[in-house]
Design a protein around this ligand. Structure first.
Ligand code: GAR
Length: 210
């Protein structure tokens, strides 16, 4: 059974999707053992509480540098004995030392089809604003392993979502969450926990279910 720790910064709807999937028995061979928030008031912490999952705060504001902040996160994660770290709307880019320590054991969800509309500064609603501005007809979500460069690690799952006439960033964000994010993230986490993901360079191979 893999120990899953979810890192959050905000509302936590992706965390909720994971908790609901766990409740339905859809996270095979893994258990969400803790949620860590980078802000003290994150609603995601309420969601963790509601599911009886311990919630912790490692507040970015308490640390002078990214290194000090991610160092504190690393301490908490080793204390928790984490096997898999899931970034579910986590606002900060992790230090190279962090990423190296958990190579191919950190999963992130991004609300676009990487390599479009991603990288430093592309977060949350901003991603959808940029997609609408550019005029793409398809966007979607990507679940990937985290590497030192933002949003550039090996891709695990992607799902396309159509852009419709009259979309605002808010409408599009909701559609991408409902049609893609909330399904892809629990699926990827379950595949990881079952040991069905194999990384070869940039390519993630997925074993068929037995
Ligand atoms: C989600 O759409 C997630 O994909 C995005 O932030 C939102 C968080 O919502 N993440 C990124 O943009 C990462 N670059 P949530 O807190 O309700 O899950």
């Amino acid at each position: 059974m893999k120990n899953i720790v979810v890192l959050v910064s905000g509302g936590g709807t992706n965390l909720q999707a994971l908790l609901d999937a766990q409740e339905r028995g859809e996270i095979r061979d893994g258990k969400i053992i803790a949620v860590i928030s980078s802000t003290s008031g994150a609603f995601a912490l309420e969601r963790a509480k509601g599911a009886n999952v311990p919630g912790y705060v490692v507040n970015r504001k308490d640390y002078d540098s990214r290194e000090a902040f991610t160092g504190a996160l690393l301490d908490k994660l080793s204390e928790l004995n984490a096997d898999l770290i899931v970034l579910a709307g986590f606002l900060y880019i992790l230090s190279p030392a962090f990423v190296e320590r958990y190579e191919n054991r950190i999963i992130n969800i991004h609300p676009a089809l990487i390599p479009s509309f991603c990288g430093d500064g592309f977060y949350g609603l901003k991603v959808h604003e940029k997609a609408l501005e550019y005029g793409v007809k398809l966007t979607g979500a990507t679940v990937h392993f985290v590497s030192a460069e933002a949003d550039a690690g090996p891709i695990i799952l992607q799902k396309a979502v159509a852009i419709e006439e009259g979309d605002t960033a808010e409408i599009l964000q909701k559609r991408v969450m409902e049609q893609a994010e909330w399904k892809l993230l629990p699926e990827a986490v379950s595949l990881f926990c079952q040991g069905r993901l194999h990384v070869e360079g940039r390519i993630v191979h997925i074993d068929q279910a037995e």
